[in-house]
Design a protein around this ligand. Structure first.
Ligand SMILES: Cc1cc2nc3c(=O)[nH]c(=O)nc-3n(C[C@H](O)[C@H](O)[C@H](O)COP(=O)(O)OP(=O)(O)OC[C@H]3O[C@@H](n4cnc5c(N)ncnc54)[C@H](O)[C@@H]3O)c2cc1C
Ligand code: SF4
Ligand code: SF4
Length: 337
């Protein structure tokens, strides 16, 4: 690292120019010099601050510290879950666990707002602050590209404000912790994040590359669902109202940004609750409870029957551990090599 560079120059040189940005959105919003344009972070002007927030927030410059271990981080409990409501499951990616947990947290008034990722009329994903049931339901389903979601967190309130729940990919949850610890350290803003739900994630594509894939496949109708079924499928599914398209993963691998290849956090290790697919059990989720806060919400979800719950089979857990270890090893090879 060149110590003569200021924060903005470092972010541009070491992240943006090296194809490491995963569009988490943490460096946009409070900063007048960066903006999100067509799915990419761009610098509008030169910043004169030596030490700014952008390089402190970026998960690719300040990654999750626990990545040296091959294990999936701190896990208090592990389960398979789904929402008992068929209509909610239908809108959701798999079992609708994330949507059900956010709805419950709002209902209990444990949070008053949720930072989620929806889709614009034009098809691009975007970060949204959601307060109502219909706003939360409108964000269900996975968008396999970075949406700059965390930019909606900003400007952070100087004092108090609504308590927020945040749903995000592992890099977003890491960036969120970077923002919070910087704020607390500097006494700059009140910490209003009271719930972090992380999504399992192996890669995401920049928005422009998803657009490129849709164009190449001649897909013009709005996309209703994207999915990456578990191995050995090796395909990326794109469903529109009329048709389902399958793109071989081999065609996409070269489009995955270097930041995702060098990312070793597959299961959102800094989240309160981490949620992924349940391998071999369609329509269900794998859930890892990581903190007491996560455990309390999960207990409420069981008591209020907001989730159906069954044990995670040992074979699924072992597969997950292997996948996590492999991602960490690949990331270390790239970072160290
Ligand atoms: C980029 C990406 C890659 C993923 N890769 C894997 C994987 O390799 N293995 C695996 O098991 N699971 C993966 N997932 C997680 C999985 O797709 C589901 O999100 C998760 O299992 C929760 O399912 P659900 O039915 O509870 O979701 P839902 O109830 O439908 O809720 C989905 C939530 O995800 C949020 N969301 C959607 N897209 C994004 C986005 N781009 N960025 C941030 N938040 C978003 C929405 O705000 C919504 O709240 C990935 C998700 C994403 C977004
Ligand atoms: S990964 Fe996040 S913080 Fe880093 S440059 Fe991209 S949007 Fe900014
Ligand atoms: S692979 Fe890592 S860097 Fe890429 S989107 Fe997922 S969590 Fe972020």
């Amino acid at each position: 690292m060149n110590s003569n560079l200021n924060s903005q120059e470092q972010l541009i040189r070491d992240v943006l120019e090296k194809d490491r940005c995963s569009a988490c959105g943490a460096c946009i919003g409070l900063c007048p010099y960066f903006t999100f344009f067509e799915g990419k972070v761009v610098a509008l002007d030169q910043c004169s601050l030596n030490v700014g927030r952008c390089s402190r927030f970026c998960p690719h410059l300040q990654p999750n510290a626990s990545l040296a271990e091959n294990e999936p981080g701190r896990v208090l409990e592990r389960w398979m879950t789904r929402s008992p409501v068929p209509g909610l499951r239908k809108k959701s990616q798999y079992g609708g666990t994330v949507t059900a947990l956010i709805l419950l947290a709002l209902e209990l008034d444990w949070i008053q707002e949720a930072v989620l990722t929806g889709v614009r009329q034009t098809g691009e994903p975007e970060g949204r602050l959601c307060r109502t049931r219909s706003e939360v339901l409108a964000c269900a389903g996975s968008k396999y590209s970075g949406a700059g979601t965390l930019s909606v967190l900003q400007p952070l309130p100087e004092t108090g404000g609504a308590l927020r729940g945040v749903v995000g990919t592992p890099c977003q949850i890491t960036a969120l912790d970077n923002i919070r610890s910087y704020g607390l350290e500097q006494g700059l803003f009140a910490d209003t994040v009271s719930l972090k739900i992380g999504l399992f994630c192996t890669w995401s594509l920049p928005q422009g590359r998803v657009r490129q894939v849709l164009l190449e496949k001649g897909i013009r109708d709005p996309v209703l669902k994207y999915d990456v079924p578990p191995p050995p499928a090796e395909e990326f599914l794109i469903r529109t109202r009329r048709k389902q398209f399958s793109v071989p993963l081999a065609e996409l691998r070269s489009l995955v940004p270097r930041g995702c290849q060098a990312c070793g956090d597959m299961t959102a290790e800094a989240a309160d609750i981490a949620v992924g697919s349940a391998e071999g059990v369609p329509g269900w989720n794998t859930v890892l409870i990581r903190t007491e806060r996560g455990r309390n919400l999960f207990r409420e979800a069981r008591e209020k029957k907001a989730l159906q719950v069954k044990p995670l089979p040992e074979a699924n857990w072992e597969h997950l551990r292997t996948a996590v270890a492999n991602k960490k090893k690949r990331a270390r090879t790239l970072v160290e090599g």
